[in-house]
Design a protein around this ligand. Sequence first.
Ligand code: PLP
Length: 396
Amino acid sequence: MEFDRSGINALMEITARPELVFVRGEGSWIEDHTGKRYLDFVQGWAVNSLGHCPPAVVRAIEDQARRLINPSPAFYNAPSMELAKRLTGASCFDRIFFANSGAEANEGAIKLARKWGRLNRNGAYKIITLEHSFHGRTLATMSASGKAGWDTLFAPQVPGFPKARLNDLDSVRALIDAETVGIMVEPVQGEGGVIPASREFMQGLRALADEHGLLLIVDEVQTGFGRTGTLFAYEQADIQPDIMTLGKGIGAGVPLAALCAREAVSCFAHGDQGGTYNGNPLMTAVGVAVFDAMTAEGFLESVRARSRQLSEGLLALSGKWGLKGERGSGLLRALVLDRDDGPAIVQTAMDASPDGMLLNSPRPNLLRFMPALNISQEDVAWMLARLDETIAKVRA
Ligand SMILES: *Cc1c(COP(=O)(O)O)cnc(C)c1O
């Protein structure tokens, strides 16, 4: 296939992209327009939880597309109820609202918390969020995010998101006032550089929320749906949040997200929340297939086994090259470099031949790994061996 420059020029320029076009994918491998193959440790940004074009997802789309694509969110449809039942059955939540992106699910969580504050807490509306957090790219979720520079980009911000520091409970406590309605946190800061919230911090947030009558909101858009080795990351902290948002992995590549809430918090009145595509059967049918794959016997055990393999392999590379260790949870991991050659490593890994490799460097001194959750032991080993060669090449 020819590289189509007129096509590039017709797209709005929003980020620097490599000059290649991906045309097909299967499992952990993706192929470009020249037929070159790449082992994919980006997977649509931790989105393709079952790899590229997983048969269960293809089947779910085909079957549902023949049956019913969209009756309107004003009517019930079977796949959305099936998926909602599965999610409530597997979590501490009682009610689900489906959305089309993680940002939209988080917008819903913010609206729900503000509504709850109006009904129960004299109009309290502030939600404490964390520095370096990422909650999405709508105006409210950008305001909630703690990404550097976002406080002035597209100003004025949506008010009501004071920022505390991750794993610093005192910094959260210091921000609580009569107008505070909740605390929103990622169990692992993904975009912020794969920085896990400690178990003590998560438990401390739950205790603070209980003490002050606040809602604890977990943004599991990146950590949910098996990414950290359990179905939801909050389980590992032994806490029960009041609200959780899901995205990315729940749709295994298709636009699907969810706002999950406990019964006492589910206070939307008719007309408060909605959307043309929300809960459409085509996407929720995919969600059912993904959920069933992920809760099948042995699936999460194998995620944890691959996580140990990846973690040990990265640690070995860190020792060999004098790097600064590795961190993360499940199959969301980062290798901390001792210098700013992350982008060069990413580029060299991609350019390798005959087969390339897709990695991500969210910061110049960091490499992030977010493979398909069903990646094979051989493919993890292949990546580690190629990464070793790549570092050697870049640092030669
Ligand atoms: C990716 C991400 C979002 C935004 O999801 P979109 O589907 O891109 O809107 C929100 N929160 C977290 C933690 C994310 O990783």
